[in-house]
Design a protein around this ligand. Sequence first.
Ligand SMILES: N[C@@H](CCC(=O)N[C@@H](CS)C(=O)NCC(=O)O)C(=O)O
Length: 220
Amino acid sequence: MSMTVYGAPLSPFVRKVCLCLIEKGLDYELEVVMPFGQPDWFRELNPLGRIPAFRDGDLKLADSSVICQYLEERHPERKSLYGADAQQRASVRWLEKYADYELAPLCTFTVFRNRVLKATMGQPCDEEKVQQALQDKLPNHFDYLETTLGDAPHFLGEQLSMADLAVASQLVSMEHGGETLDGARWPKLTAHYQRLKAGAAMQQLLPRELRTLEKIGAKR
Ligand SMILES: N[C@@H](CCC(=O)N[C@@H](CS)C(=O)NCC(=O)O)C(=O)O
């Protein structure tokens, strides 16, 4: 039986889980559930009411990192996305957490929410907050990621991991909000993002995301 991801295609956490499934070559269905005004049955999948939630047979899970770590352990025969040893697994989890808890509040919950989501709810964009995120807060995070990446193609070196997918997922949301990385200031991180964005997994997801953006009338 195929697995089901519950959530909206424009959520970076849903995107991260879908990228993980695609990279592992696992079949799944996306059942669209919006982050607000969810149906009552969704609370059974995630009592916190956040997307994504996930079902594999009788197993119900919530939280993108929990879901991706489950997929990693449930399918050891598939490509590993958490590294080869304890040290690599720790760095992947650290960077995944960094993306989810440091980048997300800025890239997604500030830039994307203000520039895209608020308009769909008839609310004004708080451009001051967006500029604060872009000018005062995000540069330190991008400096850190640029240094951590170094000259390697991925955060773990040659091997793709959830660290790459989690960071790129947030940068896609920022780009949906009309902002891209400054390639002159963060050349390595920019090249890393462009490679991931052009990759087969992201290309399976982006056309649908762009159609959704168009449908909700987002200016890009
Ligand atoms: N740590 C969670 C974060 C999920 C999350 O915040 N999802 C947002 C949408 S991008 C949401 O559902 N927000 C609705 C809410 O907080 O009520 C994960 O990794 O899955």
